[in-house]
Design a protein around this ligand. Sequence first.
Ligand code: CTP
Length: 409
Amino acid sequence: MNTSAANPGELAGRHLVLGMTGGIACYKIAELTRLLTKAGATVQVVMTEAATQFITPVTMQALSGRPVYTSQWDGRVPNNMAHIDLSRGADAVVIAPASTDFLAKLAHGFADDLLSTLCVARDCPLLVVPAMNRQMWNHPATQRNVAQLRADGVETLGPDSGPQACGEVGDGRMLEPEAVYESIVSFFASKVLAGRKLLITAGPTFEPLDPVRGITNRSSGKMGFALARAAQQAGGDVHLVAGPVALQTPWGVYREDVQTAQQMYDAVMRAAPDADVFIGVAAVADWRVDHVAGHKIKKTAGQRMPTFTFVENPDILASVAAMPNPPFCVGFAAESDDLEVHGEEKRARKKVPLLIGNLGPLTFGRDDNEVVLFEADGRTPLPRAAKQALAQTLVAEIARRLPDPSIIS
Ligand code: CTP
């Protein structure tokens, strides 16, 4: 599972009007359409005449699975009011790419083609994804228009900065399709963690034996990364401390990579005083060797096998929970047996208000999971779900247990 690409079902039931205007970034909208439809959204593409110069309606129809509209005089809409009918029932209109000219039209309420008329006639949110040359983006008129659109409640996604199709470098290039996709999913997520700072650990740790060998475990990091993504989409400010994993950083999440349990402990203890919530999802090694060999341990014929002595690693979760003014602490426990007994015992031992238990090794690396919430006053089982969907449920469960920020203790 890639935690940053489209997850099937994530946008199920959402209906989007995807408006394309003229610009070389039109080619990126093919990929955006694929991501949106893979996630279950229905995508109604509407193109300006200029957009059709860059990519054909045939391509967009094949990818969206729906007829594409380009003209307000299109007779396929029975009442001949495409500008009204196409946006009714839509959850949002997304203009990508949004050209300089189209932003100007929107800011002034012009309605001289199907897409601009549809935007004025819509009764749902409008998101624009600007894409243009840096001089065009920085032009005072464009900046005035964008400020006006924001004041009118239009959501602006991007633009990005970097090399441009014209060969220049600067602000104005369109966000990559995955980033636009993530922003759209975020737009629909309920902002239950707005204003909250979350610190999350994920993945395994790696405890070296010598410069080339070490001890690790089978944690993939998927659950922790899924939680980080869901928390960010719920409006949280997320700091993710990750052990060695091969996963893409979720959009908008600040990631700090570590290897050992001690490094993870140090990173967490530095950030914890600032956090409102700490979620320990990492499978932290309980022990490390007391002396890491400075050179590769050689196998010499006839010699005795190497032996190692271990020392205990700090317990990160218990240490955060023992801080004088701790964040709301959430633990995870992977148990191979007797979850009911070990889950509650572990929660009480680590002195955390919430512990999420799962039947451990069976879930490592999988894309779905089934968990039980352990709290002082009882347990709540949650149904089996994909890790990304489960992450959204857990974010909602955690959010409703947080103290009201307006109550100062
Ligand atoms: N944890 C931690 N630091 C450690 C060990 C565990 O922060 N040194 C956290 C994990 O991130 C998780 C919770 O504690 O949130 C439970 O981890 P688990 O490995 O199940 O607990 P242990 O205390 O190591 O117990 P066990 O004897 O079952 O390994």
